[in-house]
Design a protein around this ligand. Structure first.
Ligand code: ASP
Length: 353
C-alpha cells in the first residue's frame, strides 16, 4: 500500500539545518546513504519509535532516514547518542554496574532487508554495544557473542577498552553495597536509601524507511546490581527486539526476565502478522506477560510488581506502544519527534507497587 506524503509533510520532515549524513559519518555502515525516491513513490510513512529516553534517538534516526541512510544504520546511530551519554545510567557509558561494580552491557539488532541479526551479552569495557552487535551482524556467520569473546571481537575492529563507570554510577553502586546489609562492615548511607530500589532502563529503537524497510535495536546496561554474568532480554533476538521486513518490528524495555518468558519482540511481530495494529499487538503481548507471572512477583492486588513495555512499528509506518502501567514513549511520526502516552493495561494503584 502506497502512503502519499504531502509536500508540506516532506518539507517539514527534511527541514533545513539537518547536516547531510555521509557514509563517512556512520561507523561500519551497512550501506552508504542513497537518494530517496520522490514522495509520490514512497511505500511507507517513514517513522522512528523508541523508549522514552530515545527522543534524540528518534530525531537522529529520522533525519538519517530522510537522507537515504540504511534503516539499521539510522537506529544504531540514534541509540548511540544514549550509549555515549554519561548522564543516562541505564545504557552504555555510565550505565549502572552489576553487584560487583562491573558494567556489563547487552545489545541486539535486526536488519529487515537482509534478514540478519547480531547480538552481544555481558560485554565489558566498550561504550557502544549496539555497534558491536551490528558488527556481529555485518561481519560474522554468528548471531550472538558474549563476555570476553565479545570484547576481544570488538577490540579487533578498533574499539577502545574504557572504564565505563562514571563518578555517579560508581557512587550509586557504593551506596547500594553499603546499604545492602545492616550487619555488614560497610556503614549505611541513609541519604542513599532510595538506591535500594532497583533502577532499570534500556533503549529500544525501531525505524521504517520510505521504501518500507525496517530495523530494530535494543541496548542496555541491564538490571542494576545484577548477579555478574546475568544477561537480560535486550540481547535476545525475539525478546529484546525482533524485525520481519514483511511485517514490522517490535522491541521492549523493563523487566527482562518477564519478556524472555514470552519472546515478546517475536510475539508482538507475530500478532501484527495476523493483522493487529501495533498498539494492540503490544497489549496482547503484555497480557501474555501477566499470564506467565509467578505469584511472588504479584502485589496484594494481584497485579505485577514490575513494569515492562513494548514498542512496535509495521510495514506501513504505523506505530504504537504499550505498558503494564501508564508511561510514555518517543516517536518521530514524520512531522516531529515527541513523547507520547502509551496504552496500558492497569491503572497504577500506588499501594501495590
Ligand atoms: N530489559 C532490561 C533488562 O532486563 C532492563 C530494563 O529495560 O529496565 O536487562
Amino acid at each position: 500500500m502506497k502512503h502519499r506524503v504531502s509536500r508540506r509533510e516532506f518539507v517539514a520532515s527534511t527541514a533545513a539545518g539537518i547536516a547531510a549524513t555521509t557514509a563517512h559519518d556512520i561507523a561500519f555502515p551497512i550501506r552508504p546513504p542513497r537518494p530517496l525516491p520522490p514522495p509520490s513513490r514512497w511505500a511507507a510513512k517513514p517513522v522512528a519509535v523508541a523508549s522514552a529516553n530515545g527522543l534524540r534517538a528518534v530525531q537522529k534516526a529520522f533525519d538519517m532516514l530522510m537522507q537515504g541512510a540504511d534503516t539499521l544504520d539510522a537506529v544504531i546511530e540514534g541509540v548511540k547518542i544514549q550509549e555515549l551519554d554519561p548522564n543516562d545510567d541505564s545504557v552504555g557509558y555510565g550505565g549502572l554496574p552489576n553487584a560487583e561494580g562491573v558494567v556489563q552491557l547487552d545489545a541486539s539488532c535486526m536488519h529487515g532487508p537482509t534478514k540478519r541479526a547480531g547480538a552481544v551479552g555481558a560485554l565489558e569495557g566498550i561504550k557502544t554495544p549496539s555497534e558491536v552487535a551490528k558488527l556481529v551482524l555485518k561481519y560474522t556467520n554468528h548471531i550472538f557473542l558474549v563476555g570476553e569473546g565479545a570484547k576481544r571481537f570488538a577490540l579487533q575492529y578498533g574499539f577502545k577498552e574504557e572504564d565505563l563507570l562514571t563518578e555517579h554510577s560508581r557512587e550509586a553502586w557504593l551506596h547500594w553495597r553499603a546499604n545492602l546489609n545492616p550487619d555488614d562492615d560497610y556503614l549505611d548511607v541513609p541519604e542513599a536509601q532510595h538506591m535500594s530500589t532497583r533502577p532499570t532502563g534500556t533503549i529500544n529503537c525501531n525505524a521504517v524507511t520510505p521504501q518500507g524497510d525496517i530495523s530494530s535495536v535494543t541496548t542496555t546496561s541491564g538490571l542494576a546490581w545484577k548477579i555478574p554474568g546475568r544477561v537480560g532480554d535486550s540481547p535476545i533476538i525475539g525478546a529484546g527486539q525482533y524485525t520481519d521486513n514483511t511485517v514490522g518490528a517490535a522491541g521492549s524495555t523493563g523487566r527482562g526476565e518477564s519478556n524472555i518468558m514470552v519472546c515478546g519482540g517475536f510475539l508482538t511481530v507475530e500478532s501484527m502478522r495476523r493483522g493487529m495494529k501495533p498498539t494492540d499487538a503490544c497489549l496482547e503481548t503484555l497480557k501474555r506477560v501477566v499470564q506467565l507471572t509467578v505469584p511472588r512477583l504479584l502485589g496484594p492486588d494481584g497485579k505485577p510488581k514490575f513494569d515492562v513495555k513494548f514498542y512496535a512499528v509495521n510495514k506501513r509506518g504505523e506505530f504504537g506502544a504499550a505498558s503494564l502501567y501508564a508511561a510514555r514513549y518517543a516517536a518521530h511520526d514524520g512531522t516531529e519527534a515527541k513523547l507520547r502516552d502509551m496504552a496500558y493495561l492497569y491503572d497504577q494503584p500506588a499501594a501495590s507497587r
